[in-house]
Design a binder for this molecule. Structure first.
Ligand code: NAI
Length: 338
């Protein structure tokens, strides 16, 4: 008799479209034959309503215990209100590496068909350290925090990722011509770390030039490592290269914990309509399956997803179709059953 692993994984189904896409993803994973004991926890706006806390203690404890979490998007007030739950979780669990692969999907039409790159974004420092002071009513002092240890571990992560994933080139992205100390240290650390990885080609590029080159010839890039803010912006640009936020996946990895989440937000404009695209969260879940060693299941889900996209009969509105999230999910499950 085949003995199946049973995984304990924390599940945060988020705000807005979060619960809709999470339900679809949970059912697809089940249909792929992976047995998961989902520990459902709250974070974000709904957690605040119930516990007056955006990240309740029981959510923290659950992630600490399980070490793995699948998380749907959370609403964060812009400019005012509570601080970003995402940033707080990344900092609490020291999830220093944000991994965002961008590769063309079958039948998702974009200006390019040869995009295959991975952004490795430093996830805990830079302006996200949240150090801002009011000097007076009209002057704010915001700090860009960069540490040598932070630069070292993210550069090492990028090279190790390249090795493990058979990638041949790692580029470092900075604005070291202007930020001579902070980005200068990131760049110099990259140069130091690269000496340990002789088989991997390296290159250096300024973030403004990178943006221009990405929208002209993205195929020239492979793995790109960069500080937090550039990574945030450039990785959304790269999501645009492969069909938009609805299809992009990401992982936040630390030494002892990992949180997998879609790149997009809680999409309040379409919440509750049942038309959200679960692809971004589903692909993030595939990264999670890969991480826990359920590689075959992850591959099977991707294959089923690609077939559904290729056929084009059950696409959600953001991909030019008129299927509901439910219909999209059912099509994927049908493929998995074959
Ligand atoms: P958003 O990503 O929620 O929405 C941008 C546009 O993309 C909207 O038109 C939305 O309908 C569409 N969209 C996003 N995901 C989609 C999906 N799966 N299927 C179909 N269409 C989709 O970005 P927005 O509006 O800037 O942010 C809304 C909220 O989400 C804010 O509170 C923001 O702070 C939060 N947010 C949370 C993130 C997270 O939890 N990881 C990441 C980004 C934003």
């Amino acid at each position: 008799m085949e003995i199946l692993n049973l995984y304990n994984i924390t599940l945060i189904d988020g705000d807005g479209i979060g619960p809709e896409i999470t339900q679809a993803v949970v059912e697809i994973i089940e249909a792929a034959g992976v047995k998961i004991n989902w520990e459902k926890c709250l974070a974000g706006a709904r957690a605040y309503e119930k516990f007056s806390d955006t990240i309740p203690e029981e959510t923290i404890k659950s992630i600490e215990k399980n070490k793995i979490c699948l998380k749907a998007p959370i609403t964060t007030p812009i400019g005012t209100g509570f601080k970003s739950v995402n940033v707080a979780l990344r900092r609490h669990f020291d999830l220093y590496a944000n991994v965002r692969p961008s590769k063309n999907l079958p039948a998702v039409k974009t200006p390019f068909n040869d995009v295959d790159l991975v952004i490795i974004r430093e996830n805990t420092e830079d302006i996200y350290a949240g150090i801002e002071n009011k000097i007076d009513e009209n002057t704010i002092h915001g700090v860009k925090l960069i540490t040598r240890a932070g630069c070292e571990r993210i550069c090492e992560f990028a090279f190790e990722y390249a090795l493990k994933n058979n990638r041949s080139k790692v580029g470092v992205v900075t604005k070291a011509n202007i930020s001579k100390l902070a980005d200068g240290m990131f760049l110099n650390t990259f140069r130091e770390v690269s000496k340990k990885y002789n088989n991997i080609e390296t290159h250096e590029i300024l973030v403004d030039n990178l943006c221009m080159q990405l929208v002209q010839k993205p195929s020239q890039f492979d793995v790109l490592v960069m500080p937090n803010l550039y990574g945030d912006i450039v990785s959304d640009l790269c999501a645009g290269l492969i069909g938009g936020l609805g299809v992009a996946q990401s992982a936040n990895i630390g030494k002892s914990c990992a949180i997998f989440e879609a790149v997009h937000g809680s999409a309040p404009d379409i919440a509750g309509l049942g038309i959200a695209n679960p692809t971004g969260l589903l692909r993030s879940a595939c990264m999670m399956l890969n991480y826990i060693g359920e590689i075959e299941a992850g591959k099977n889900i991707e294959k089923a997803l690609f077939e559904v996209l290729q056929e084009g009969k059950a696409l959600t509105k953001d991909l030019g179709g008129n299927a509901t999230s439910e219909e999209f999910k059912k099509e994927i499950i049908k493929k998995l059953a074959k």
